[in-house]
Structures are given as C-alpha cells and as structure tokens.
Ligand binder design. Structure first.
Ligand code: NAP
Length: 287
C-alpha cells in the first residue's frame, strides 16, 4: 500500500538553493506530525505566471515567494491583502481551493521578532537604514505600530519616495537622510536602529567582507537597540559595533523565523512550533 501523498508547499524564487526555509518548515511539519513537505521551486523570471498557475494545477497548499518574484507573482493571484499591496511585495501565497491569496508576512515577522527581544516599537524613535524591499516591510510595520521613523539610504531619492508614500498612508512625518554623518544628530536621540541594507551580508568573493553600513566615525549610544536583518552571518560587523557600544542587539534570525511561522500558520491553521523552526533555521549552511 502506498503512503498518502504529502500536502505540498514550496519556495518560488531564482535562485533558491541558499534558502533556510525548507529546513525550517519541514522540521515544523515533522514536529506537528503533519504529512506536508516544503520544496524548492526555482523559477526563471519568464515563467513566473506559469509557476503561479502551476500551484493551482498541482494542488499546492501555498508557497513562499522570494527574490526576484515578490512583485511579479501579484498579477497571477486572485486576491492580495491590503498590507501586501501597500508594501508592494507578496512573500506568502495561500491556496484556498484554487483561490490564491497573496500575503506579506515580513512586516509581522519583523514586529514579532522585535517584541520577542523586548523592544516595543510603539512610540519609539526608529532609524531605518536602507530603502529596498525589506525596508518597505519594516517601515510599514514601524509606522503601523506608531513608531517615529527616519529612513537613511545611500540613494536618498529612493528613501524620499518611500518616506513620502508611507508617510501619506499613515498620516505620519517620515524624516529622510543620506547614509552619512548627518545621521549622528538623529541617532543620538533614537531608541531603535534597524539595518535593512544588504551591507554585512556574506557573499562568495565579497569585495567588502564584514562591512558595516554605518559611517566609520559615527558613535552609537548605549541605550539604543540595534536590529540587523542580515542573517548570514548572524554576527555582523554592525552588531559587534553595537555591542561594543553597550547597545542591545537583535540579529536577523528572529524575523526570518517569525515570517516563516506566520506563513506556516496561514497554510496549516495551526500554531507554528517557533523554537523548532528557529533551531532548524539557525543550523542552516548559508554563507
Ligand atoms: P534590496 O531591495 O536589494 O535593497 C538593498 C538595500 O541595501 C538598498 O537600500 C541599497 O541602497 C542598500 N545597499 C546595497 N548595497 C549598499 C552599499 N554598498 N552601501 C550602502 N547601501 C547599500 O534588498 P532587500 O530585499 O531589501 O534585502 C536587504 C537585506 O535584508 C538582505 O541582506 C536580506 O537578506 C535581508 N533580509 C532579511 C530578512 C530576515 O528575515 N531577516 C528578510 C528580508 C530581507 P540603494 O537604494 O542605494 O541601492
């Protein structure tokens, strides 16, 4: 007698081989005794629409979506949540009997990780480094939680567009700065610094291994919490610098785990085994 076919979910991206999500989700399915499996689904950009239709055709319960497809998948979905639409990215698809709904769990994952570390975003003065895809989820989450937000980015125009867009959405004033020593005057009064740039992320042949996104002479005060979204490596140059300054540090694993846990809960309707997922994700081999 053959075993029942597992319920399948997967990761749409290009490339996807580096991902920690299969280990994290498969460990969670196993811990809850679910006959589910999480597959890598590498899809070249020209086939994204076919791949989304394929989720229906193959009866997948859903999928995660990563770079570079987080925007492109939207066109093929039946529904996109207000939050994912505002952030401009879908990282989780749920298949409800052929009706595909796009969600963004990055914003929720970021907030859960922050609160888990004892940092309350409501009313805090936050400085976000970067204005790319991850920054959109983080700035959205912080403004939704009623933090005061400053965005600093290498390309100031991108930060300005993001600040204007989300400032208007939340009726908030978002300060925008270049990623220079100008930051000193806001950091001195900030409660939270979040690095959403890819600086510090290890890449094969990296020309600046162990780089830090902050200007060299800029001092961090002891009372600030520093959250680096980079999770490969977990111990980044920015977090080392923050710790040396006496600041609280929060690494990128918490957001990775909590965005996954939120997706798991959307797919299965069950509470995610967060600690199992953290152990499986932390043991990944990405460099
Ligand atoms: P992205 O859309 O490509 O944005 C990259 C950002 O980094 C931009 O603001 C870019 O500035 C800035 N940047 C790149 N190189 C720089 C440099 N040399 N100096 C200064 N700024 C630089 O990437 P993303 O999707 O937002 O991802 C960013 C990072 O967040 C990645 O390391 C990713 O792994 C991490 N992340 C982690 C999680 C998690 O769960 N922990 C979730 C999402 C993302 P410009 O605008 O000037 O180009």
């Amino acid at each position: 007698m053959s075993e029942a076919i597992p319920t399948r979910v997967g990761l749409l991206g290009w490339p996807v081989g580096h991902s920690r999500s299969p280990a994290m989700h498969n460990a969670a399915f196993q811990a809850l005794g679910l006959n589910w499996e999480y597959l890598l689904l590498p899809v070249a950009p020209e086939y994204v629409a076919d791949a989304v239709r394929g989720l229906r055709a193959f009866g997948f319960a859903g999928a995660n979506v990563t770079v570079p497809h987080k925007q492109a998948v939207m066109a093929g979905l039946d529904e996109v949540t207000v939050e994912a639409r505002a952030i401009g990215a879908v990282n989780t698809i749920v298949n409800r009997e052929g009706w595909l709904v796009g969600h963004n769990t990055d914003a929720l994952g970021f907030l859960r990780a922050l609160r888990e570390a004892g940092v309350e975003p409501r009313g805090c003065r936050a400085v976000v480094l970067g204005a790319g895809g991850a920054a959109r989820a983080v700035v959205y989450a912080l403004l939704a939680a009623r933090a005061q937000v400053t965005i600093a980015n290498r390309t100031v125009g991108t930060a300005r567009r993001l600040g204007n867009e989300f400032g208007a959405l939340f009726g908030a004033r978002v300060l925008v700065l270049p990623l220079t020593m100008d930051l000193a005057r806001v950091l001195v009064a900030a409660d939270l610094l979040v690095n959403t740039t890819s600086v510090g992320m290890a890449r094969p042949g990296d020309p600046r291994p162990g780089a830090d996104p902050l200007p060299a002479g800029l001092a961090l005060r002891a009372g600030i919490a520093v959250n680096d979204l980079v999770y490969a490596p977990l111990e980044t140059a920015l977090l080392c610098r923050a710790r040396a300054a006496g600041a609280q540090t929060v690494d990128g694993l918490g957001m990775l785990v909590h965005q996954g846990a939120a997706a798991f809960e959307l797919w299965t309707g069950q509470k995610a085994p967060v600690e199992t997922m953290r152990a499986a994700a932390g043991g990944g081999s990405e460099t």
